[in-house]
Write a protein that binds this ligand. Structure first.
Ligand code: ADP
Ligand code: ASP
Ligand code: MG
Length: 422
């Protein structure tokens, strides 16, 4: 008997029919003798619908004055799906109880719309599990010290599930979704993408942080920090398939580089359309410039991603970086009103129509020429590279958004990701 956490995404919870299927699957696992904790997302489209209603009333966006209410609103999606799942499980003859984040409690900081989990009290959950109940915990939400409901950022139910699994020291956290695992790239963009049987934790971390929406980045960070065994698998298989077969399906996020790891140099391609580029032009090239620009941005709680500073000409330089598109106008305003006058820089410009494409693979550590091959492939397609950033196991480029799919497809082919590995 093991304690298992299942997470079901929005599409998997998308109708009463699908919720019934989830209940049957969870009941199968419970009847096989496992202690079951389930973390559902809101039914598909629900979070967008709720946030859309708010937008009809006021032009809301994360970080603005309405953020507290946006969280109170968006969190109801998961509360509804959790209760529905509890009802479906009870209708299957199981004992089941659902809890909202504040009832568990899942404590977060107070950064509305992108809160971070700080602690999880497992007492109530453990008591229910010992009493033989299936426990359902809302994904995506928590509560801050002031008792305010918070949400964890889009896709945050993955993080809830992994954090719950870590707190309960679960045997495994299974992320059920609408694809049957982690692919070499998004199969919706490249139909030839292949499912990976295993992906190393480090690669998954890079892929998620570079924009692969299959797992929210923080869920992977949690899995790494607490060594939570993690698997991504399909919720669209028949609910009554053999449990042992199901337990081995999908993609395992592995913490060890063993002989079973697929040996490709580049394992996957990620892309991200959620960023925008900002350039501060004509900055005096003196010590402390990067700090003055990025310090102000960080103080406004805006995360910065790719950064480049050009060589200086006549004592002046240009400084560019990317931020999340949601933070774009806030960052530009801030730079124009507060930083530009102080620095004596000439101009702040920006481009929200960019995307970032990344190749990821632990094999890049031991092979040279991978980044240059990437640049060659892009140049052959006539795609201009605006920014480059690298780590030991990834190379990312910022390009015009309109070339994203072309770039991803060309790179996927050039690195033989459509070919089965030996
Ligand atoms: P859920 O609602 O279950 O959380 P998401 O939509 O958040 O599902 O994540 C699953 C989606 O992630 C897939 O439908 C797929 O389009 C997308 N995706 C992006 N990159 C990948 C990848 N490398 N492998 C698999 N799916 C990916
Ligand atoms: N419902 C939330 C969202 O749509 C969280 C999630 O699905 O993981 O972003
Ligand atoms: Mg998701």
């Amino acid at each position: 008997m093991a304690l298992i956490v299942h997470k079901y995404g929005g599409t998997s919870m998308g109708s009463t029919e699908r919720i019934r299927n989830v209940a049957k699957r969870v009941a199968k696992w419970a009847r096989a003798g496992h202690q079951m904790v389930v973390v559902p997302s809101a039914m598909s489209g629900e979070t967008n619908r709720l946030l859309g209603l708010a937008k009809e009333l006021a032009p809301t966006k994360p970080g603005d004055a309405y953020s507290r209410e946006l969280d109170a609103l968006a969190a109801t999606g998961e509360q509804a799906s959790s209760a529905l799942l509890a009802i479906a499980l009870q209708a299957e003859g199981m004992q089941a109880v659902s809890y909202a984040g504040w009832q568990v409690t899942i404590k977060t900081n107070n950064a509305y719309t992108k809160a971070r989990i700080e602690s999880i009290d497992d007492e109530r959950v453990r008591a229910d599990l010992s009493a033989g109940k299936v426990v359902i915990i809302t994904g995506f939400q928590g509560v801050d010290d002031g008792g305010n409901v918070t949400t964890l950022g889009r896709g945050g139910s993955d993080t809830s599930a992994v954090a719950v699994a870590a707190a309960l020291k679960a045997h495994e956290c299974l992320i059920y979704t609408d694809v049957d695992g982690v692919y070499t790239t998004d199969p919706r963009v490249v139909p030839e993408a292949r499912r990976l049987h295993t992906v190393s934790f480090e690669e998954m971390l890079e892929m998620a942080s570079m924009g692969s929406k299959v797992l929210q980045i923080r869920s992977v960070e949690f899995a790494g920090k607490y060594k939570v065994p993690l698997r991504v698998l399909s919720s669209f298989t028949e609910w009554d398939i053999d449990i042992n077969e199901e337990a081995k399906s999908g993609t395992l996020i592995s913490f060890e580089e063993d002989e079973n790891m697929e040996q490709a140099i580049v394992s996957g391609i990620a892309f991200n359309r959620d960023e925008a580029k900002i350039s501060v032009l004509g900055v005096p090239d003196t010590p402390g410039i990067a700090y003055q620009i990025l310090g102000a941005v960080a103080d406004a709680n805006i995360e910065v991603d790719v950064i480049i500073q050009n060589i200086s000409k006549d004592g002046k330089t240009d400084f560019s970086f990317t931020v999340h598109r949601n933070d774009y106008s806030k960052a530009v305003d801030l730079l124009k009103t507060q930083v530009l006058p102080k620095l004596g820089a000439q101009e702040v410009t920006g481009d929200a129509k960019i995307c970032k494409v990344s190749i990821v693979g632990i094999g890049m550590r031991s092979h040279v020429g991978i980044a240059s091959k990437m640049f060659r492939v892009l140049s052959e397609e006539g795609i201009n590279i605006q920014m480059i950033s690298t780590s030991e196991i990834k190379t990312s480029v910022v390009i015009d958004e309109k070339y994203m799919e072309l770039a991803v497809r060309a790179l996927h082919k050039a690195f033989d990701l459509d070919q089965p590995t030996v």
